[in-house]
Ligand binder design. Structure first.
Ligand code: ADP
Ligand code: MG
Length: 700
């Protein structure tokens, strides 16, 4: 980077120490270069002048030309308000100022021809524009037109120091004026620029801030999106290729003992084609001599647990220990029980370690573990504590991996001299574009097939008014011997109120479903862990027919006899969460149902979520819809990945560019893995520079 772009931001004309501090704090802008990378988030076409009669309640921003016919002042000294009647030859609107009244009165004289720009709102059937941008309409404006103008995001604190979009535009103008071509050298290899017909970096930066015309704006955007996605991909692929080089892995040659025994004699069902395929992929990894780092995606109920178990048995057959880490106590318990059950009669030691296991019991487990007497350790994040030492861990499985932070997962790497093989599993399907980006350095396997005999869950939407009908339906299902979940939202910010709803719900259900005919369990996050477990266990054993809960049951719980999932206030859940919750039913052979209960009035987005849920059971379709509705920043698992910090590219609309960028990055890394060829020198340098700032997840 040139020295100009490295200059501290306060040295830019118009910034100084005070605003410099604000830019640092609010936008993380430290240098001239950082400011240049603060791209506009949209543009206003100032060349178009509208007529007042064209205003509609939907008009966002509009530019008008006309004259002020008079001013009115309202309010007292403390709260002054200035209103101007502004008219063109088609009508009148009001311009309103709450601040800077004296200044406006001094500078804007009635009957001068003005250009007014702003966001109209309707009040009492009249249009008004608060704090419009106003300019005297001069000959110069008339001839130059004003073209596309940038709009920059800014914050309240910035606005107070005149760093609103206009203030930023002014700074940007100064900066762009000072920036020469040599200050923004291109790091993309010529061949790539050529092949994709990309603008040079310098031209792209100029035009992203002050586009000469629509088409240059488009080209500038395309170039900068490509660059951003390409760099992410390249970094991911480099991490991956480094890892493959450095991290020698254990070789699991044998599967002739426990694995075979389990597979041929113990397993109660035939594996699906997808499960078999994934196991082959894992087995292949474990034979390469490199450390496996594989992500297993499989929709809820697709049977990931048995794949995890067979994978751990591969390790055991080769003299290693294995562990399985789950994000909650409930889930760890459930894995423990189902795995102990599945392995019954075999000579394999399985132990459970969670935060609740303390004192002597814990000491006993830790001793046995380090002596190698435990083959499989199952637990929560208690597994990663320093005191947990294995004799020889060779295989690590992490369930619902998006619940863990990168650091937590990384901690398991160091539990042996060579890192163990790692299989991370997730039931939150990730759209392909996102997977390419966040998990670009992992190998990905997908279970895209459900075990046979599952009937698709029927999902319906009901409102509060249908509650009696829903109760009736519940009774029918209970009569058939089925069990039912009722889930309430519980969000930290509104925890007290949410708990009240949950308790109210519990009471009304208890009235409609009285003892002793009906038994009800209740589980929420405020309960003691032992009580939660007790209630959960009653439901698992079939002693209660209804389980009232918050989302604590969202992850992984498996009660095949439960066939109805009722979600209260369904509009408050995100799509992937709804899908996870629904995945708690449909696990047995019976027809299962999901009932989404909402209020009568719904926002458009909520309506759409509900309708997607009623239409499809396919987790991948839902994930794509979720991405479209919310953008990647809010999707689970993206927070720590840096994807949310993308400046210009977006994973919903830029799929084509992403694919091109990924293929290009792949080819480049294959042909020149260390980027040591002269034509890649600039690129290598640039990557070194940015990797100082952004630490991409080394381990996903
Ligand atoms: P998830 O992928 O959501 O973790 P689980 O591993 O809990 O799913 O499996 C869901 C249920 O399906 C379990 O009861 C499991 O025993 C059963 N299952 C898994 N694989 C098969 C199969 N190939 N055939 C029949 N049932 C299966
Ligand atoms: Mg599971």
């Amino acid at each position: 980077m040139s020295t100009l772009l490295q200059s501290p931001i306060e040295f830019l004309k118009g910034v100084g120490p005070l605003r410099g501090e604000i830019l640092r704090k609010e936008l993380h802008v430290q240098t001239f270069g950082d400011l240049l990378a603060h791209y506009p988030f949209r543009y206003i076409d100032r060349s178009v002048i509208h007529k007042i009669k064209d205003l509609t309640p939907l008009t966002q921003y509009i530019q008008l030309k006309g004259r002020i016919s008079g001013f009115r002042q309202l309010g007292n000294d403390k709260q002054k308000r200035l209103i101007a009647s502004f008219r063109d030859d088609t009508g009148t609107v009001e311009l309103i100022w709450f601040k800077g009244v004296d200044f406006i009165l001094k500078t804007l004289k009635p009957n001068t021809e003005l250009l007014v720009f702003g966001k109209p709102t309707v009040f009492n059937g009249e249009y008004n524009i608060a704090h419009p941008e106003v300019e005297i309409f001069t000959e110069e404006i008339k001839t130059s037109g004003k073209g596309l103008q940038p709009v920059y995001s800014s914050t309240e604190k910035m606005k107070k120091k005149n760093l609103d979009s206009r203030g930023l535009t002014r700074l940007m103008h100064t900066l762009v004026g000072q920036t020469k071509e040599k200050d923004i050298p291109d790091f993309l290899p010529k061949e790539i620029l050529h092949r994709f017909k990309l603008l040079s970096r310098h031209e792209a930066i100029l035009n992203i801030h002050f586009p000469k015309n629509e088409s240059l704006l488009h080209e500038a955007t395309r170039r900068l999106k490509f660059e951003e996605l390409f760099l992410i991909q390249l970094q991911m692929l480099k991490v991956k290729s480094n890892r493959c080089e450095i991290s020698k892995g254990f070789i699991f040659e044998k599967i002739d003992n426990q694995f075979d025994k389990f597979y041929h004699h113990q397993l109660k069902f035939e594996l699906t084609g997808a499960q078999k395929r994934v196991l082959k992929e894992i087995r292949k990894d474990a034979l390469t001599g490199r450390q496996m780092n594989r992500l297993l995606q499989g929709d809820v109920g697709s049977g990931k647990t048995v794949v995890a178990l067979l994978t751990m048995l591969m390790g055991i057959d080769n003299g290693f220990q294995a562990c399985l880490m789950a994000p909650t106590e409930i889930l760890a318990n459930q894995h423990y029980e189902s795995i102990v059950d599945a392995l019954r009669g075999m000579k394999i030691e399985v132990a459970l370690l969670t935060g609740n296991i303390k004192g002597k019991a814990r000491k006993f487990i830790l001793e046995n573990l380090v002596e190698g007497k435990i083959d499989i350790l199952i637990g929560t994040h208690a597994l990663i504590e320093d005191s947990v030492l294995f004799k020889n861990i060779g295989m690590v499985v992490i369930d619902e991996q998006h619940r863990f932070g990168v650091a937590q997962r990384a901690a398991l790497w160091t539990k042996n001299e060579k890192p163990p093989h790692i299989l991370v599993m997730t039931a939150t399907p990730i759209p392909r574009t996102l997977a390419m980006t966040i998990y670009g350095d992992l190998d990905v396997s997908v279970i895209d097939e459900l075990p046979p005999g599952r009937k698709p869950i029927r999902t319906v939407h009901r409102t509060d008014a249908d509650r009696l009908r829903v109760f009736g339906f519940m009774k029918e299902e209970i009569l058939k011997g089925r069990q039912i979940y009722i889930v309430y939202p519980l969000i930290e910010e509104s925890e007290t109120l949410d708990l009240k709803h949950l308790m109210d719900g519990y009471e009304s259900i208890s009235r409609a479903f009285p003892k002793p005919e009906y038994q009800i369990s209740i589980v929420h996050g405020r309960m003691r862990s032992a009580d939660k477990d007790y209630e959960m266990q009653r439901f698992v054993r079939g002693e209660t027919q209804i389980m009232i809960a918050t989302t604590v049951i969202e992850v992984g719980v498996n009660v095949p006899n439960a066939s109805v999932m009722i979600i209260e206030n369904a509009e408050r859940f995100g799509l992937s969460q709804l899908h996870q919750l629904r995945g708690r039913v449909g696990r047995g052979a019976e027809q299962s149902f999901c009932i989404l209960i909402t209020g009568k009035k719904l926002s458009n987005e909520s309506k759409q979520r509900v309708s997607v849920m009623c239409k499809t059971n396919d987790g991948f379709v839902i994930a794509e819809e979720d991405l479209k509705l919310r953008g990647p920043g809010d999707l689970e698992g993206t927070q720590q990945s840096g994807v949310v910090n993308m400046r210009i590219a977006d994973l919903v609309n830029d799929v084509k560019i992403l694919e091109a960028a990924r293929t290009t990055a792949q080819n480049l890394i294959e042909s020149d893995p260390t980027l040591s060829r002269p034509e890649h020198q600039q690129l290598l340098n640039y990557m070194k520079e940015i990797s100082k700032e952004k630490i991409w997840a080394k381990i996903s």
